[in-house]
Ligand binder design. Structure first.
Ligand code: ADP
Ligand code: MG
Length: 386
């Protein structure tokens, strides 16, 4: 989507000029899954796909929200009337929630309201965090327009607060931090305990490599209660092991820890969290050593752990990973919440066409819905475009 078009659409809609256009990316998590609520490590990268918002401030306390990707017309609501969880089935609550959360954090300037027009190229509901892209794009726009004293990580926390408290989705801090803080050519090592961050070089093109996203375009209903169940299971594991979070059990003590757990289900969850946290450390080691290809098997081990220990995979994700690896990828794993959504595949750039065909053919032979397979490069985090 061209920025000029977003501006032109804003003009046609509201009859005035926007004060600027801001973009924030979706993300894909390279490694470290379900580790965030265990105070562990994650390693997302920003996608080239972004949400773009054209924004102009108002002074009368009115918020007008519109998406060029939705059939809905303009939603008009007074900032004073924004109430958490009052609306749950509309797209615009992700934007309204950011205004609410900024105000809750004491940034009263946003109470004047705004006109907002959105366009996004981030696939929705594919586990690529289209929701965080919406939140962070508007969050950055309002921060810069009003000159709010917010750092990128603080902005991410406000956007997470919007999604947790206003929208009602119990997400961790990864998605918003990735969208706000990622840098092009890097993956972001985020410690979800203290929010320390490091940009880890992940320049695929320079090494002739490609990262493919396989959007399975399925979302199994099973996933609805599973997140809360896994989360509760991990908390139970931590309690049984005498720590506040599983992050506090060193990887070297994995076997001892498992021996202390009688319940097979809790043992599996604990094993996944400890090994996946360790896999983040392994991936960083390989990337820092310049050996990007070596992360492939670590990704595939991560998939096996999500499939067998955490049990959040599904036939479509397993097929994507197995087919990619059989067709010569260096490694692959499901990414995100599971039970559908997307997988990532690391492969030689020259193998992309063959891999894509192999995955599409395997899905067709299995009678699955046809997947969307596309290469991604680690892109920049949120920024003002014009
Ligand atoms: P994910 O973040 O993994 O893509 P979510 O369910 O968290 O999935 O967020 C998807 C929701 O975000 C959509 O159902 C919609 O409400 C909103 N959304 C995302 N992109 C757009 C868009 N371009 N226009 C309107 N709403 C959008
Ligand atoms: Mg989301």
């Amino acid at each position: 989507m061209e920025t000029q078009q977003v501006t032109a659409e804003f003009r046609a809609l509201y009859g005035t000029e926007p004060e600027g256009v801001w973009a924030a990316p979706g993300r894909v998590n390279l490694i470290g899954e379900y580790t965030d609520f265990n105070d562990g490590f994650v390693m997302p990268l920003a996608l080239p796909h972004t949400a773009q918002v054209a924004v102009a401030r108002r002074t009368d306390g009115v918020l007008r929200l519109h998406s060029g990707d939705s059939e809905d017309g303009v939603t008009q609501i007074r900032v004073d009337d924004l109430v958490p969880l009052a609306v749950t089935d509309s797209w615009w609550i992700y934007l309204a929630g950011v205004v609410w959360a900024l105000r809750e954090a004491g940034h009263e300037a946003v109470a004047g309201g705004a006109d907002v027009h959105l366009r996004s190229t981030v696939p929705t509901g594919a586990g690529l965090s289209s929701s965080a892209a919406l939140e962070v794009s508007l969050g950055l726009a309002l921060t810069e327009l009003h000159g709010l004293p917010l750092t990128r990580p603080q902005l991410a926390l406000i956007c997470q607060r919007a999604e947790n408290a206003f929208v009602g989705v119990p997400c961790g801090i990864m998605d918003q931090t990735a969208s706000a803080c990622c840098e092009a050519g890097h993956a972001l090592h985020l410690d979800t305990r203290d929010l320390t961050r490091r940009q880890v070089p992940f320049d695929l093109a320079a090494q002739g490599l490609a990262l493919l996203v396989v959007d399975t375009r399925v979302k199994h209903a099973l996933g609805d209660g599973a997140y809360a169940e896994r989360r509760a299971g991990c908390e139970e594991g931590a309690r049984l092991l005498g720590v506040t979070h599983l992050r506090d059990v060193p990887y070297e003590e994995l076997d001892d820890a498992l021996a202390k757990l009688a319940d097979e289900r809790i043992r599996r969850y604990v094993r996944h969290i400890l090994t996946d946290n360790h896999r983040v450390v392994q991936v960083i080691g390989h990337l820092d050593a310049g050996d990007t290809r070596a992360i492939g098997p670590v990704l595939t081990q991560g998939h096996a752990s999500l499939r067998d220990d955490l049990r959040i995979s599904c036939p479509e994700l397993d097929l994507a990973v197995e087919t990619a690896n059989a067709a010569g990828a260096y490694g692959a794993r499901m990414t995100g919440g599971g039970f559908g959504g997307s997988a990532v595949v690391l492969a030689e750039e020259s193998a992309v066409a063959d891999l894509t065909r192999a995955i599409e053919a395997a899905f067709e032979a299995a009678g699955h819905r046809s997947p969307r397979v596309f290469p991604v490069t680690p892109a920049a985090g949120a920024r003002q475009l014009v």
